[in-house]
Design a binder for this molecule. Structure first.
Ligand SMILES: *Cc1c(COP(=O)(O)O)cnc(C)c1O
Length: 307
């Protein structure tokens, strides 16, 4: 059976909140970012059972979708290299084709052996439609299909495994939200009396609908109050916070997901949102490969970078 190598058990580190002038609650961070050097965090969890099934069903090729700086694309490419699957990445934005070498995510994926195909934003919108998928099958032959962001029932099953004993004894479970697949897994694995809080990396909290496809439990809430204007958007204050967090805890955060979540958790702690003396379990979902691409953009604008 094809299984990715991984490091477990992963550390769950208590964050010393006094360093941030916060008292009255305890915060623990589970380091899912350390699970694999290249198939990081929740992307590892989401791929685990999908790759097993792909192998069992005899697929040699994995095809998936993503944007220019996608953690999912990087993870699928690295997993394919390790497990000997051919990988195909359908990338949003034709203009990127000439920029592979200067884009750290795309050049990493290419170096892992992923075949990259660039399509227009308009064509990309049809990526989940059956006609579109069938055209891809004519073009590339048969493949195991992973949706954008990698969320499906098997991905949710993998994410259930994030919750350890520490997580199960916490009052709150916090995670960053893109498609909501990871949060869905945590909700499934959680106890009814635990609150699962999702910090959306993009505008809107529409992911709740996606999550309800995977669980009937409702002990979760999603906020987009800390999305910093939208997906991939950041500002000076977020960069400052990510650097402060790393300086004080030695733990790096990414600018797209985990930086925004921790910023939100700290803000809610300061505002007294959490019950007094409660215990918060947050998941570091990884995504650190995205720092290089973000720093490139920041440098071009002469802005402070993520250290
Ligand atoms: C993809 C990703 C997420 C979002 O996961 P979903 O399951 O799509 O909600 C969160 N954090 C990191 C670091 C990611 O790469």
């Amino acid at each position: 059976m094809k299984n990715l190598s991984f490091a477990e058990p992963l550390p769950t580190t208590e964050i010393d909140l006094s360093l941030f002038n916060i008292s009255g609650n305890r915060l623990f961070l589970k380091r899912e970012d350390l699970i694999h050097p290249f198939v990081s965090g929740n992307k590892f969890r989401k791929l685990k059972y999908n790759l097993r099934l792909a192998d069992k069903q005899g697929y040699k090729t994995i095809l998936t979708f993503g944007g220019a700086f996608s953690n999912h694309i990087a993870a699928v490419a690295a997993a394919g290299r390790e497990l000997n699957f051919k990988t195909i990445g359908i990338i949003r934005g034709e203009e990127l084709e000439s920029k592979i070498t200067e884009n750290p995510t795309l050049s990493f994926a290419k170096n892992c052996g992923m075949q990259l195909y660039f399509i227009s934003r308009e064509a990309y919108r049809h990526k989940a439609e059956i006609d579109f998928i069938n055209k891809l099958k004519t073009q590339f032959g048969d493949f195991y299909l992973l949706p954008e962001g990698g969320t499906n029932a098997l991905a949710v099953k993998g994410c259930e495994e994030i919750l350890n004993e520490k997580g199960l004894s916490a009052d709150y479970i916090c995670v960053s939200v893109g498609t909501g697949g990871t949060l869905a897994g945590l909700v499934v694995a959680s106890e009814e009396n635990q609150r699962v809080l999702g910090f959306s990396a993009l505008k809107g909290t529409f992911q709740a609908k996606e999550i309800s496809k995977f669980t009937s439990k409702t002990n979760f809430k999603i906020t987009d109050a800390y999305c910093f204007g939208g997906y991939g958007k950041i500002d000076f204050e977020l960069v400052r916070f990510i650097n402060e967090f790393k300086e004080k805890t030695k733990i790096p955060l990414d600018p797209i997901y985990t930086g925004k979540m921790l910023y939100g958790i700290m803000d809610l702690l300061k505002k007294g949102h959490f019950k007094e003396n409660s215990c918060i379990f947050a998941v570091h979902t990884g995504g650190l490969q995205g720092i290089a691409g973000m720093n490139q953009k920041l440098k071009k604008k002469n802005l402070p970078i993520i250290e």
